[in-house]
Design a binder for this molecule. Sequence first.
Ligand SMILES: Cc1cc2nc3c(=O)[nH]c(=O)nc-3n(C[C@H](O)[C@H](O)[C@H](O)COP(=O)(O)OP(=O)(O)OC[C@H]3O[C@@H](n4cnc5c(N)ncnc54)[C@H](O)[C@@H]3O)c2cc1C
Length: 440
Amino acid sequence: MKQDRIVIVGAGVAGINAATKLVDNGYPGELIRIIDKGSDPHNRLPEEVMTGMLGAGGWSDGKLTYHTAIGGQLSKYCGEEKAMELMDQVIANFRRFHPKPEEIFCSDPQEEPEFIKPYFGLRMFPVWHIGSNFLHEIAKNWYSYLVDKGVGFNWDTEVVSIDFETNHFEYIEMGGDDTDTIIGQYNTLIFAVGKSGIDFAQDLAQQYGLPDEPKPVQIGVRFEAPQKHFQQLIDVSYDFKLYRKFDNGVSLRSFCTNNNAAYVAVEETYGNVSYNGHAKKGEEFRNNMTNFGILMEIPGIGDPFEWSRKLVSNVNSGGTGFYYSPSRRPSETSEGETVSANSISHRDLENIVKPAFRGHFQYIEDFIEDMKKVFPTLEHDWGIYIPEVKYLSPEPLVDYTNLALTTFPNVHFVGDALSARGITVSGAQGIYVAENILSN
Ligand SMILES: Cc1cc2nc3c(=O)[nH]c(=O)nc-3n(C[C@H](O)[C@H](O)[C@H](O)COP(=O)(O)OP(=O)(O)OC[C@H]3O[C@@H](n4cnc5c(N)ncnc54)[C@H](O)[C@@H]3O)c2cc1C
């Protein structure tokens, strides 16, 4: 049996930032072990979107949002000022391990343009652009730093159970012949499994009856069109966020806009496909496309997690999602392959997709119709990949001062496994926990 002082489950953005904060401040790396079911940065394959060094953030579109209202919960725990300071630290870490930090740029729109005002609001906040294709190098540099500091890593290793009462956990080393579980022990656990570990988090929440905070559903489609239709807005706000809110509490927003070299990414969660986006850097990747999620937030749904899961499985067929366009075909990935999707007719949209969304698809249709008014050249020159989903698993109730479970104070939840939805907030939560550990 191995005993480590601090065990971090998940080498994603949250876990890695936590470890970095600890060793930067003199905590012995030898007392930290990071366990991840994915691969180290030298062996991680492009199709391993969700797992491995830097987690989903390591293969993401590399946009670091810089506002406390974006990317999940942060200021709720630590206040506005502290939240901004924590986000600064995350951005500084990405800069520090970036092979070309001078190429990082910040988009920072200042004014809402008149032409969108009748139909949409525009959220304005700074975004730091790291560039997806630099993330690989960042991950390698960051990994080397932590290894040099003595931090232990177990790759291709899945934690399959945790006993919060005895501080033991079981894990399996994958890929080898021996699939026996091994037992480990921790003094402090940082649970940072991200979206790919959401099932595991759910199981633990059920097993221990963890109290949680209520959450709305977030679901929609990934919209794609030639960039030229949006250029007027892009010139004002590089990765614009359009939004609208209705009296019944439903709100819609465009989410994670990618331009210039914009690729649609296929995500797999719980055996189903959903969509997301990638922004590549470098002229060789330019495809002059724009893509973004059109995400609805729907409050008041009893079991949002199950509701979203059922919807997603109803708009999957033959192992992939759907693509609808009045005129276009699915585009290509940066590897030159057609984005995996079943192209569907307008009839399928009516008969399969709309029932699956249980009356809510109309909001998305109206959003697109209004975009056609605001961006008049758009007309039929667009397509949607169905679905895009942000699974908001129940947020366990934590002590706001250190993100530890109220019932198990040596177990800290961070990142997407808690309440984050993006890189900056996930990393910031990791650092927040590390600061608390250091202060004790
Ligand atoms: C295609 C894509 C593009 C994105 N683009 C952006 C973007 O531009 N900007 C942004 O802010 N956010 C983006 N996101 C979201 C962002 O990546 C996540 O919010 C962020 O990575 C969450 O960090 P995390 O550390 O909580 O989890 P993750 O980064 O998901 O890391 C979790 C880690 O835990 C490991 N793990 C899970 N379960 C286990 C287990 N049982 N045992 C061992 N290890 C386990 C996984 O292998 C993974 O490495 C994107 C996501 C995707 C998928």
